[in-house]
Write a protein that binds this ligand. Structure first.
Ligand SMILES: *Cc1c(COP(=O)(O)O)cnc(C)c1O
Length: 351
């Protein structure tokens, strides 16, 4: 507490990311990609002329936006980019959700959303997940101040197909619907093609997970021109140059290597399903997943106990310790060798 802080700062409960350990551990706690980024990214960084760093980057990030527009088959003016999708999300909350009516979100979803609500003093309401832990599309009230959820959802792992979202958007056309597709490349179905049809649909994505570039900080949003213009107004009132020139060049190189992208995501998906089976053999209940993580619980063991045991054996997973998730662990998918060590560590704890 400090008398120098603005009043709202006293009320904040900031987001706590999974830890970035200093010691060498098997790191399965923040959904990073275990495989390196596309080789072209390294080439761009090695060959980058440092003299170019004298200059400010393009404030409109035209080249990166063009590359994304081409990749997703949308117009350049439908694309917004930011310094990680967390930043894009924050700007979207400020641009669209500071309304009289409350924002609606699922009771279990990305825990950063309520943090933005605190920061921008946005009222919000949560709707419980369905019994099978799906986001209850039919429970959202179309007259609210906006709707946000991740699809596939985090940390639950379930994703709705495009048809279901399409039907949902036919019903909900009076408020902005923000769909966070951070995990979509691991088995979900993107609704980016629907953005040309629904002016109230904003889709965010990130280079952090499926493109192995969490350290570079690149995220984006795709939507109608009026939504993108709203985001640009917020961005240009906050930071003219969120994307540095190196990140832009590296991001473009990542988008150009479709083969590398496909091979890495296929490996993650294959490993995920193999580890699901191994966990089930050990007695875990494992949620279906269209992401690069598994959410699992063991009927006979406390999640806190398993988390600590794994930690002692050099394996870091995510333990949430919230009311709805207290008995679950979230396990990011690593390389096959890492996942083997994870399963061995679990076996030694359980026996
Ligand atoms: C990881 C994650 C993000 C943030 O990604 P960055 O682009 O690294 O900021 C956004 N939404 C969800 C649901 C995530 O899991």
């Amino acid at each position: 507490m400090s008398r120098f802080w603005s009043p709202v700062v006293h009320t904040l409960t900031p987001y706590v990311p999974g830890e970035q350990p200093r010691e060498r551990v098997i790191k399965l706690n923040t959904n990073e990609n275990p495989y390196p980024p596309a080789p072209g990214v390294g080439k761009v960084l090695r060959e980058y002329s440092t003299n170019r760093l004298r200059l400010y980057p393009d404030p409109e990030s035209r080249a990166l936006r063009e590359a994304l527009a081409k990749y997703y088959n949308v117009a350049v003016k439908q694309v917004f980019v930011g310094n990680g999708s967390d930043e894009v999300l924050a700007m979207a909350f400020q641009a669209f959700f500071c309304q009289d009516e409350p924002l609606m979100m699922p009771a279990i979803t990305y825990s950063f959303y309520p943090v933005y609500c605190q920061l921008y003093e946005i009222k919000y309401q949560t709707v419980p997940l369905k019994e099978n832990w799906q986001v209850p599309l039919d429970a959202f009230d179309p007259r609210c101040g906006g709707i946000v959820f991740a699809n596939p959802n985090a940390p639950t792992g379930h994703g709705h197909q495009r048809d279901a979202i399409d039907a949902f958007l036919k019903r909900v056309d009076q408020c902005v619907v923000l769909i966070d597709e951070a995990y979509v490349d691991f088995g979900g179905e993107s609704v980016i093609p629907l953005t040309t049809q629904y002016p109230n649909l904003l889709v965010t994505g990130t280079f952090s997970k499926s493109r192995s570039l969490a350290g570079l900080r690149l995220g984006f949003a795709i939507g109608s021109r009026e939504l993108i213009e709203g985001l640009e107004r917020v961005k240009n009132s906050f930071n003219s140059y969120p994307i540095d020139s190196l990140a832009s060049a590296a991001g473009i190189a990542a988008l150009e290597d479709q083969l590398h992208f496909e091979s890495c995501r296929a490996k993650v998906i294959t490993t995920r399903e193999r580890i699901r089976a191994s966990l089930e053999i050990l007695g875990f209940e494992v949620m279906p997943s269209q992401t690069n993580f598994l959410l699992a619980r063991h009927p006979g063991y406390d999640a806190a106990f398993l988390f600590t045991g794994l930690r002692e054996r050099g394996v870091l997973v995510r333990y949430f310790n919230t009311e709805s998730l207290y008995d679950f662990l979230r396990i990011s998918i690593g390389t096959d060798a890492e996942m083997e060590s994870f399963i061995e560590a679990l076996e030694s704890i359980l026996h």
